[in-house]
Design a protein. Structure first.
Length: 210
């Protein structure tokens, strides 16, 4: 059986066009970790590392010993983040001013294939926690998340310029008779910001609608 590659097999979910589109996102499994603060600070990497450590532990463990039903080899899914601002920041929010990045709150996550059970995932968390005690493994959860009806669009360039893309998405939502459910939004990182020039970064942006 060929390896399942999300870039090829799940383009509708992960590779949006550079124009808004409506999508319904079903329930998926994720390793998640939550935090707060400026993503440009060095400490931000401490939240990303455990997600990859666990995701590769699941992948390689099953490749060596495929004990789960319906197992198939796959490419590890991309890093995703759901972003908001703190409750305190919301009290003084001014849409005409740039957001103070220290006020950001986030949940980062990496999807796991549907065949990965909670029991297996929690067992991997315990094993990696022992092997790599310096990582924030104890903050990681295994969760099932269903986004449902969303609007998404490809953003190219700096994360700081995402407001332009969100404005286009918001106008599209109005034309479709839809409202944005909340200020929360999801980013799916299709480029490695450590290796790709800022102006070429590709990020899938998504928000829920009602």
């Amino acid at each position: 059986m060929m390896k399942h590659e999300w870039r090829k097999k799940e383009k509708d979910v992960y590779i949006p066009k550079a124009k808004p589109e409506i999508i319904k996102v079903p329930e998926y499994n994720f390793f998640t970790i939550s935090g707060k603060g400026d993503p440009n600070n060095p400490h931000f990497a401490n939240y990303i590392t455990p997600l990859y450590a666990l995701s590769y532990a699941v992948k390689m463990g099953l490749k060596k010993n495929p004990v789960l039903d319906s197992y198939y080899d796959y490419t590890v899914y991309p890093l995703e983040g759901v972003w908001d601002i703190s409750d305190e920041a919301k009290k003084n929010f001014n849409p005409n001013l740039p957001i103070n990045k220290d006020d950001l709150v986030f949940t980062l996550m990496i999807r796991q294939p549907n065949f990965v059970t909670e029991e297996y995932a929690l067992d991997v968390i315990e094993k990696v926690k022992i092997k790599k005690p310096d990582l924030l493994i104890n903050k990681v959860k295994f969760e099932k998340i269903e986004e449902g009806s969303c609007i998404q669009m490809l953003h190219i360039g700096s994360y700081d310029n995402e407001a332009t893309t969100f404005k286009i998405m918001g106008e599209f939502a109005k034309k479709q008779g839809l409202e944005r459910e909340s200020k929360l939004h999801r980013e799916i990182y299709l480029s490695d910001f450590r290796k790709v020039a800022t102006e070429k970064l590709k990020t899938a942006l998504r928000f829920k609608t009602k």
